[in-house]
Structure formats: C-alpha cells, structure tokens
Design a protein around this ligand. Structure first.
Ligand code: FAD
Length: 404
C-alpha cells in the first residue's frame, strides 16, 4: 500500500487548489480521468471566468450560504488567487458585472499554471476512487492508498462527461441535500425554431419572488443566457427531486416572466406609449415596437401579448395599451423542462451543517475534508462557482496540512 500524508480525491479546480495550499506535505491527487481539470477547460466558453471581483461583502451577499463560505473567501481572497497566476506571468481583465478572465482568454493557461504548482505532487490518473474507509488514524482508499487526511473534491453530478458523476456522494455517507440541475437552459412550451438566435439584452427574468437582470438568448431548444441560467437555480431549488435517484425531472405549472423594459415602471411606460400613440397615430403598432424590441421577436411578442400588430397607433384600444404594457413588463412563458445535458452546475451537495466552515473538515469524521462543487453552496453565473471551488479547496488543503 502506498502511504501519503494527504490524499485528494478529484483533480478539478478544488482538488488542485487544495494540493497547492498543502505545499510541502506529502500529497497525492487521485483522478479518474487521464487529465486534470477537464471541466475547468470548458469554463467561460473556454475563456475561464475565474472569479467575480465584486467587493467581498457584496460577493458573499449573493450566496444563500454566505456564512458558510465567509471564512474560505477571506482565506483565499481574489487578490491572493489572482496573484498565484500573475507570479507565473498570467494577468487578468475585468469585464462587465465584475467577471474576471485571463488576459489570454484561455482556460488552458489557467490549467497550465495550476499544473506548474503541482510539480512536487504525486498524481495518479485513471484512478477511480470507489471506497474510502477509516482504519484507526488512517484512511484507506481502494485498498491501495493509505493517508492521514483525505480531501474529497469530486465535483457535482452534472456534465458527467467531464468526470463529475456524483461518485463522492456514494462513497461516504456524509449528510447531503437533494442534488438538482443548476445553471441549466430552460425548455419552454413554444416552438422557438424561427426565433433561434434572437438575443434579448438587459432584460429581467423572474420566477416567483426571485429575479435576475441579464441577457436572454433564444435557441432551437428554448432559452438560455445568464438571466435564464440564474433563474434556473431558483426553479430547481423550489422543486422537489433528487438526481441521485432519478435524472428525469418533470416540470409542472412552472412559469417565468420576462420584463423586457426593466428600466421603466408600468405607469411610466403606459404614459409614454399613450403620448407616442397620439403623436404617431398613423404608424402601425408592429413598426412602433421596433424601437423597443428586436425586430424578429415582434411576431412572437404580439402573439403572446394578444394584440394585433397591424393596427394603427391612433386606433389601439385602451385595454390593448394595458395588455402591451403588461406583456412588455412581464412576458409570461411556460417552462416544461430543463435542457439537462447542459446543466453547468449541481444545486445542492454535502450539507453545510455537516462541515466545519473554518476548516472544511467533516464534523463527524476527523481528518475527512470536502471542497468545491460537491458541497451544498451554489453560485450564479459570472465566476461565482469557481470562486467556491478555489476558496474551499484552498481552505481544505491548508487545514488538512496544519492538522497533520
Ligand atoms: C460548460 C461549463 C462552463 C462553466 N463555466 C464557468 C465559469 O466560467 N466560471 C465559473 O465560476 N464556473 C464555471 N463552471 C462551473 C465550474 O466548472 C465548477 O464550479 C468547477 O469545475 C467545480 O470544481 P470542482 O473541482 O469542485 O469539480 P470538478 O471540476 O467537477 O472536478 C472534479 C474532479 O473529480 C474527478 N472525480 C470525480 N469522481 C472521482 C472518483 N470517484 N475518483 C477519482 N476522481 C474523481 C473528476 O474526474 C474531476 O476531474 C462551468 C461549468 C461548466 C460545465
């Protein structure tokens, strides 16, 4: 049996960062793929939105589990994270909504530097961990590796082709929440074929009392874009299902509303269109809407609003003006499914109540640590999920190392 001080299960961003934080110790990474960071390479469309640079308090406020994440975020701040890469020649740019990307726009460069830091770490590829048992002060993994500390960083249960197949939830019996699709495109109850490619910029999408500002992209299969992906997390949290039990999720009576003009309220909008309609009485309604909506989206919009676009502005009835305002401020769409193959993240995981947030150590099992997407906290799109992976990974590695 091979012996190590720390064994890390999973070589994604969380596992790699845990190994970097445990520098100087005798560490092994056990990775079932033939390479590290397969999912990392896909991030940000291959550009890697590595973190979000909002001020730390504001950043924490955007997570349901901010109290749990706080210590890890303060332990590996964005400054410290980015400096790790800057020291090796990779700089970063900040785009809108505080999203940070490598200047080279290549996730591959992020992975390359992480691997440079791992030169002194043993990495065993093609090593699928199926058993972890505790024998006295040691953990035994697959009857082959012996280690004083184990960090489980096996990721979630979605995008399984990258390696995250939910194994970490089955190997040990640490308490978990239900596992659900997150940051997932939505399938709406409409044939969007002829509208595919239309982008609705800067709209607000809401589900019940939650809403997100951002772009919405119409695709052949339905809806995607940051605002849709973010609201998908809220829909998932609200539904009762568990991906470890069943991958087919039925959505019943799920409706979202798109506010196409989030910068004005209903009263202001009604007053504006009433004035415009008086001034431009001879124009057709469908032509007037071109000033407010993407041209090719207008037929779908008119249909949903239930108003005839061929009517002259001067002849639009009062009740139809109200219908238009209602549809512009809350275009209601029925959602009938998740485009599950594209779910970027797992909502839910190892319960925060089962983990000491100051160390990432299991409360029940001394010497066992968790990090990354396998944990319950989940972020919206914009660098928030890699932030969780790197920060919790760093804290787990540091804590395991100190506890030796
Ligand atoms: C298409 C896509 C784009 C994304 N873009 C962004 C983005 O731009 N910004 C952002 O913040 N987040 C993004 N994310 C989310 C981000 O990739 C994850 O949050 C992050 O990868 C989680 O890191 P992790 O190390 O916890 O898990 P993973 O990256 O999933 O790594 C887990 C590792 O464990 C290994 N493993 C699993 N089970 C075993 C086992 N039994 N034995 C051995 N090894 C095992 C896996 O093979 C894998 O290498 C994106 C996700 C996807 C799918």
């Amino acid at each position: 049996m091979k012996e190590y001080e720390i064994a890390i299960v999973g070589g994604g961003p969380a596992g790699m960062m845990a190994a970097i934080a445990a520098e100087g110790k005798d560490v092994v990474i056990l990775e079932k793929n033939q390479e590290l960071g397969r999912k990392l390479l896909l991030t940000g469309g291959g550009r890697c939105n590595i973190t979000n640079n909002k001020p730390i308090k504001k950043l924490l406020d955007s997570f349901d589990d901010k109290n749990f994440l706080k210590h890890s975020f303060y332990t590996l701040t964005n400054e410290k994270l980015l400096d790790l890469f800057r020291k090796k020649g990779l700089d970063f740019v900040e785009e809108d909504d505080n999203r940070v990307f490598p200047e080279s726009e290549k996730a591959r460069d992020v992975l390359k530097i992480l691997k440079e830091y791992l030169e002194d770490v043993d990495i065993i590829y093609d090593f699928d961990v199926y058993d972890i048992s505790k024998e006295g002060d040691y953990f035994v993994i697959n009857d082959y590796i012996k280690a004083s500390k184990v960090i489980v960083a096996t990721g979630g249960i979605t995008y399984q082709e990258t390696g995250s197949s939910g194994a970490g939830f089955k190997i040990l019996d640490t308490e978990r929440t239900n596992l659900k699709y997150g940051l997932v495109p939505l399938i709406a109850n409409y044939n969007f074929e002829e509208f595919a490619g239309i982008n609705l910029y800067g709209v607000s999408v809401s589900y019940k009392d939650k809403s997100y500002l951002g772009d919405v992209l119409i695709t052949h299969k339905g809806l995607t874009g940051p605002a849709i992906l973010n609201i998908s997390n809220e829909i998932s949290k609200d539904l009762d299902y568990d991906l470890l039990e069943n991958f087919n999720v039925k959505l019943d009576d799920v409706k979202i509303a798109i506010d196409l003009m989030p910068n004005v309220n209903k009263e202001e909008l009604l007053s504006k269109i009433t004035k415009d309609f008086q001034a431009k009485g001879k124009s057709l309604l469908k032509n007037y809407l071109k000033y407010h909506l993407t041209n090719s989206f207008i037929p779908f919009f008119m249909d949903q609003a239930g108003v005839d676009g061929e009517v002259k502005l001067g002849n639009v009835l009062k009740e139809d003006k109200q219908k238009l305002v209602n549809a512009l401020k809350g275009l209601e769409l029925e959602i009938i499914g998740f485009n599950s193959a594209l779910s970027k993240i797992t909502v839910g995981g190892i319960k925060t109540s089962a983990i000491d947030s100051k160390s990432m150590e299991s409360i029940e099992c001394e010497g066992l640590y968790y990090a990354g997407e396998i944990l319950e906290p989940v972020g919206i799109s914009g660098g928030y999920n890699l932030k969780i992976a790197f920060s919790t990974g760093y804290l787990a590695g540091l804590s395991a190392s100190k506890a030796l």
